[in-house]
Design a protein around this ligand. Structure first.
Ligand SMILES: *Cc1c(COP(=O)(O)O)cnc(C)c1O
Length: 398
């Protein structure tokens, strides 16, 4: 009999659909930014839960909130009023705007936004949505079609009708795509999977102006940037541009499946009773988790902490440039960190893992870190030292 990660891998090989490329490691226990595999090795995780574990692994206060809620009530459907759902909606909307609809994932949140845009535009024959190259909105057919990256579409056609793609930064291009059938413009305020790409100054405001001019909804996909990730509750708050609709997931439940769509009060009623639903959406357990995450972020002053950490990280990474000419661009947005290389970044992930640090690479050439919002300076320093060493080795090999 095999033990540890090998045993889990063996079971997977027989029973689990192989639609993911996985590293040959089973993670079994975590604390803060540290996580252990089934063979007892520990890692510093600078990408915990693909951005979902905003408070790192099993923060005690979140664990307690989940345990208490589970013991009281795990799930009731939306045929009833759900105490924690109302409270979490109030928590989120009083820190942003409008009203909330809850679901379980980012793709679902975006499906809700797409439906809302069509229902809102329906009266005037508007249904089309403009999205952006290198964007990522999820894997369900609506969200997938919104995702203007051909590699995710291969073999899946025909896709959903009613989307047009533009280029981030090209306001004139967006203007030319708008016609009488356009209902909305949808964009990530910072592109995550696309490589921590920050829109050029004025671009989001330009989209806001176009939407106002043509009566379109502006939808911000904050699935990755929301819940404090960038150093404000939501990234739009730093851009000064208010969307009509915002979608959330990833960090919302601190690792518990939870998604939300927030929209302005005046358009909330377009999502009429019977037109949309989610069986698990807004259940007591997920809502209790979300509330706990929100309260912890506030009690621990993490938004302030992130701003300081981000300044520190940026300075640190900038100081690497001289010795590491393979660094093309450094993009830091709170605890959303992208290091764009002049060479493919994929190898860095395995090399860091071998040295006990977990990171991610995306969009071919971008090393991406999404550390827990409460990552300590000590853990951050240790991890960054390893990333630097790995990049130096990669630079030496070319
Ligand atoms: C991850 C992500 C999604 C998809 O979320 P899922 O929970 O995997 O469906 C959508 N939009 C953005 C910006 C994301 O980062």
């Amino acid at each position: 009999m095999t033990v540890g990660s090998a045993s889990t891998i063996e079971t997977f090989d027989r029973w689990v659909i192989p639609n993911y490329r996985r590293y040959p490691v089973a993670l079994v226990r975590g604390e803060g930014s540290q996580v252990w595999d089934a063979d007892g090795r520990s890692y510093l995780d600078m990408f915990p839960g693909w951005g979902c574990n905003v408070l790192g692994y099993s923060p005690p206060q979140l664990v307690k909130a989940i345990q208490e809620q589970a013991a009281r009530l795990i799930h009731v459907p939306n045929t009833w009023y759900i105490e924690q759902q109302g409270e979490f909606a109030e928590f989120l909307c009083s820190r942003s705007f409008g009203r909330a609809f809850f679901c379980n994932s980012g793709a679902e949140a975006n499906e809700a936004a797409i439906k809302l845009a069509r229902l809102h535009g329906g009266g005037s024959g508007r249904y089309r949505i403009i999205t952006f190259e290198n964007g990522f909105h999820g894997r369900t057919f609506g969200a997938l079609t919104a995702t203007a990256q051909p590699k995710y579409h291969e073999g899946l056609g025909p896709l959903m009708a009613g989307f047009r793609y533009s280029r981030m930064g090209d306001l004139e291009g967006v203007r030319q795509l708008i016609d009488d059938e356009t209902a909305a413009i949808m964009i990530e305020p910072v592109q995550g999977e696309g490589g921590v790409r920050i829109p050029p100054p004025g671009f989001l405001q330009g989209l806001r102006d176009l939407c106002d001019e043509h009566g379109l909804l502006l939808i911000f996909d904050e699935v990755q940037t929301g819940m404090g990730r960038t150093g404000s509750w939501f990234a739009y708050q730093q851009s000064g541009v208010q969307p009509d609709v915002m979608t959330l997931a990833k960090g919302l439940g601190g690792g518990v499946a939870c998604g939300a769509m927030i929209c302005r009060d005046e358009i909330a009623e377009d999502l009429r009773p019977g037109m949309h639903a989610s069986t698990f959406g807004g259940n007591s357990l997920a809502m209790a988790a979300g509330l706990a995450v929100g309260h912890i972020i506030e009690q621990e002053g993490l938004l302030e902490h992130i701003k300081e950490q981000a300044v520190y990280v940026r300075e640190e990474l900038e100081s690497w440039r001289e010795q590491l000419p393979i660094i093309n661009e450094i993009r830091v947005c709170g605890m959303m960190i992208g290091i764009e290389l002049t060479i493919p970044a994929g190898r860095a992930v395995g090399m860091c893992m071998d040295r006990g640090v977990l990171i991610n690479a995306t969009n071919d050439t971008v090393v991406r870190l999404l550390p827990a919002l409460n990552v300590t300076r000590e853990d951050l320093d240790k991890a960054l030292a390893v990333v630097r060493q790995v990049l130096a080795e990669m630079a030496n090999e070319i």
